[in-house]
Design a protein around this ligand. Structure first.
Ligand SMILES: Cc1ncc(COP(=O)(O)O)c(C=O)c1O
Length: 478
């Protein structure tokens, strides 16, 4: 081993595999190994080689063998002798040809990318207090392997929170802690596949990087059920023959519909008829601005619904903390899948979150953030109304994003591309459709942008809309 140090000799070993059959002299083998190490960059420019005595002892050869190898490499310019009697690498590796990669797209100057909480408001001080308490007080056994469901303290705290705020009927024994919704849905799908599931239904449009991607990779058929302004269309569901249905009933992603009480009951009737599982992705339920919160479906049928929650929208996606409330007959299977996946989520984070929840810090954080996000949403709505009034905002009462439907003369992909050219990041709804058709729409995440930036962004959008329209007029020869 050679350490990279430039001002003192090293006492280390050098990895050289010597053949002692006499075919190649030993000093030549040592030379070749060092030369190859220098050329590849494994022995970087400026690093010091161990003293000849040390290497000789490590390789079980006479010191003269190493001296001869060093002298030869010094003569070739690979090594140089320094005052103090130690030897350094004198040249760098041969440069690799530059990789041929397309230039990355420039970051938008104003980015309405969706799905982000404002992590600059992460409650660092309160989180730190919880970490300190956990490190001081957690019993030793918590630092060993836990069962696949996670830390019991967090099961208790999550259930207390969900049953109080989300209207779930959650029991601590039915909770599985996972690394965000992304892992939660993967575990559930794995269990479904093992039980013989063939087809999974998802909302159309919906996110393309969780249930859809995982189900496809697991070999399931994925069918889309169209949504309207009130969430998934239960009349269309009647024709769907699937083993499971993934829903965002409290704030459909991305269109923002809220499933009515009748539709919730209809979904559960469908699931009972088909003996299907409903997976409720309650990703941004905590943010409700101008209407009463709607309870989780899980509370209506805990034996048929997997409830999935995440800290990604409320605290930070980087925490990778999520939770499943699983029908009792599936809990052991999901917990076993979690153990196979990663042997359990990091326990200090789980205990910290449990402490944070049970001391009311989570509620306090949400109380602090709701008006911040609400002001940003209001700024976005006001700017859209004023600057691009023929866009039609939807799904605005909740969450961290909204959709603005485009009038028929504005093509979604054209507006998105023209916005990007002007440094404005905004996504279209179209890429998230499976087979549904409908108007073009833009998804605006507003949670990370200040009100002034939001207004500025909508000004850019207004200019984009003018540009797209005047192009269209010119093309028609008007
Ligand atoms: C629809 C939906 N569900 C859930 C999540 C949260 O995923 P995770 O908990 O893996 O961060 C997101 C994140 O963007 C999302 O868009």
């Amino acid at each position: 081993m050679v350490e990279k140090r430039t001002n003192s000799p090293l006492t280390g070993e050098l990895l050289v595999e010597l053949r002692r059959d006499g075919a190649v002299p030993l000093h030549r083998q040592v030379e070749a190994a060092i030369r190859a190490g220098i050329r590849s960059g494994r022995l970087p420019l400026g690093s010091s080689l161990p003293p000849t005595r040390t290497i000789a002892a490590g390789l079980g050869v006479s010191r003269g063998v190493i001296v001869e190898a060093y002298q030869q490499l010094t003569a070739e310019g690979y090594l140089t002798s320094r005052a103090g009697g130690y030897t350094q690498v004198a040249i760098g590796p041969e440069p690799a040809p530059p990789p041929v990669r397309p230039a990355p797209a420039p970051r938008p100057r104003i980015d309405f990318g969706y799905g982000r909480a404002d992590v600059s408001n992460f409650p660092r001080a309160a989180w730190l207090r919880s970490i300190r308490r956990v490190l001081a007080e957690a019993p030793n056994e918590r630092f060993g392997y836990l069962d696949g469901r996670g830390a019991p303290e967090l099961h208790e705290a999550i259930c207390g929170y969900l049953n109080r705020v989300r209207g779930t009927a959650a029991h601590p024994g039915d909770v599985v802690i996972c690394n965000g919704y992304g892992q939660g849905i993967a575990l559930v799908i794995q269990v479904l596949v093992a039980a013989g599931a063939r087809r999974i239904a998802v909302e159309d449009p919906c996110a393309d990087d969780d249930a859809r991607a995982v189900a496809r990779a697991a070999g399931l058929d994925v069918v889309g059920v169209p949504v309207d302004q009130d969430g998934v269309r239960v009349d269309a569901l009647d024709r769907v023959d699937a083993d499971a249905l993934v829903l965002t009933p409290s704030h459909q992603w991305p269109t923002g519909g809220v499933l009515s009480a009748e539709s919730r009951a209809a979904v559960l009737r469908w699931a009972a008829r088909r003996d299907a599982l409903v997976i409720e992705d309650d990703y941004d339920a905590e943010y409700r601005y101008d209407r009463a919160p709607v309870g989780a479906i899980q509370g209506l049928a805990p034996d048929r619904v997997v409830y999935a929650g995440t800290a990604s929208k409320t605290l930070a996606p980087g925490l990778r903390i999520g939770w499943l409330v699983v029908p009792r007959h599936l809990v052991d299977d999901v917990a076993a899948a979690k153990i196979i996946a990663d042997r359990g989520s990091p326990v200090i984070d789980q205990l910290t979150f449990a402490d944070f929840l049970s001391r009311g810090e989570f509620d306090r954080h949400l109380r602090r953030m709701r008006p911040v996000y609400r002001r940003r949403r209001d700024a976005l709505l006001a700017a859209l109304r004023e600057r691009v009034p023929d866009l039609e905002p939807a799904g605005v009462a909740a969450g961290l994003h909204l959709v603005a439907w485009l009038p028929p003369d504005l093509d979604e992909a054209t507006v998105v591309a023209a916005s990007a050219r002007r440094g404005l990041g905004v996504h279209g709804v179209g890429p998230y459709r499976i087979s549904s058709t409908g108007p073009g729409g833009l998804i605006f995440g507003y949670a990370t942008l200040g009100e002034r930036t939001i207004a500025e962004g909508v000004d850019v959008l207004a200019a984009v809309v003018d540009e797209v329209r005047s192009h269209a007029i010119r093309r028609r020869g008007g």
